[in-house]
Design a protein around this ligand. Structure first.
Ligand SMILES: C[S@@+](CC[C@H](N)C(=O)[O-])C[C@H]1O[C@@H](n2cnc3c(N)ncnc32)[C@H](O)[C@@H]1O
Length: 292
């Protein structure tokens, strides 16, 4: 190969394609599609956030405007090939192990002992809805396994769901940066995580505990979730509905009530509430509700 061939035009790197601006009509079209289909509200203030998250995708498809991009996304081919990735980019997946820890304490110190006693249930089904990259369901595995040491009669099944395929895949892998587990008590770190041999900054949930969770892609906006009436004893849906408007929140929580057994528990995020909603739930604590 001649020396010249190992060089490329300076313009290739020095002048990357300019940022594609999202025009107002495209923003309105995209935001109403997202709100209608996935519940997530996108006021105009989110336009620059959307632009920055989607720009790389638009450019990688060789498109020069959002109109062109959306025209493609809404074709059958675009829906099949790109829409999942657009959802991955639009959703906010911030999460943590033992996030809002009072919920886990309440579950094992108050709720479960009473529920087992009163409802005579030793085999409980839990759903982590909007599980993101898995920190919430794996926290549940840790607290339930610890509870089982004191209550060996308890068995549980745990289902975790999300709309984003990317985060479900990450949750299934159960691989985390070591910094993510620093605040977990050392005893639990030892019991539930493995250190990578190749990279000292990486840990992974032990296989035996990864297998405790089954995953499903569920859009909470779907009419039905393919789950039966009263199938679940406990539903965690925390920091998901905050992105939905009030009507959609009420609709989704209504569907959770259908899936919960009488006496079952619903846990929402710290800034979510059911105030003024007509739902068969009683409040036990802030953000903790029981199916009546
Ligand atoms: C901020 S994370 C919350 C994670 C975890 N529950 C917690 O509290 O740490 C919100 C998650 O909700 C998911 N989500 C957003 N809209 C959804 C929908 N329509 N159906 C299902 N999941 C959705 C997002 O993909 C994201 O992973």
């Amino acid at each position: 190969m001649s020396k010249e061939k190992t060089y490329t035009d300076c313009a290739d790197n020095m002048n990357p394609l300019p940022i594609v601006q999202m025009d107002e009509e495209s923003f309105a079209r995209l935001s109403s599609f997202i709100t209608q289909n996935y519940g997530i509200k996108l006021p105009i203030a989110k336009k620059s956030m959307l632009e920055s998250r989607l720009n790389k995708k638009v450019k990688s498809l060789g498109m020069r405007s959002y109109k062109e991009f959306l025209d493609f996304i809404f074709t059958d081919k675009g829906r099949q090939t790109e829409l999942y990735q657009v959802i991955d980019l639009i959703t906010t997946n911030k999460t943590d192990f033992f996030r809002e820890p009072a919920h886990f304490q309440y579950l094992t110190l108050n709720f479960l002992p009473q529920y087992q006693l009163i409802h005579k249930r030793n085999n409980i089904k839990i759903w982590s809805a909007g599980c993101s990259t898995g920190e919430e369901p794996y926290t549940l595995v840790m607290v339930l396994e610890e509870y089982k040491r004191r209550h060996p009669e308890l068995t549980y099944t745990l289902m975790a769901s999300d709309i984003s395929v990317r985060v479900i895949q990450a949750a299934y892998q159960g691989i985390y940066d070591i910094e993510k587990i620093h605040r977990i008590p050392i005893e639990l770190q030892r019991n539930y995580f493995l250190r990578s041999r190749n990279n000292p900054h990486i840990v992974r949930i032990k296989p035996i505990y990864r297998k405790k969770i089954s995953y499903k892609r569920i859009n909470l906006m779907d009419h039905q979730y393919g789950l039966g009436k009263g199938d679940y004893d406990i539903i965690f849906c925390r920091n998901v509905l905050i992105y939905f408007n009030r009507n959609k929140q009420e609709e989704v929580i209504g569907k959770f009530c259908h899936c919960l057994r009488p006496g079952g528990l619903l846990l929402l995020g710290h800034s979510e509430s059911i105030m003024d909603m007509q739902l068969p739930l009683t409040q036990l604590r802030p953000t903790v509700y029981q199916r009546v």
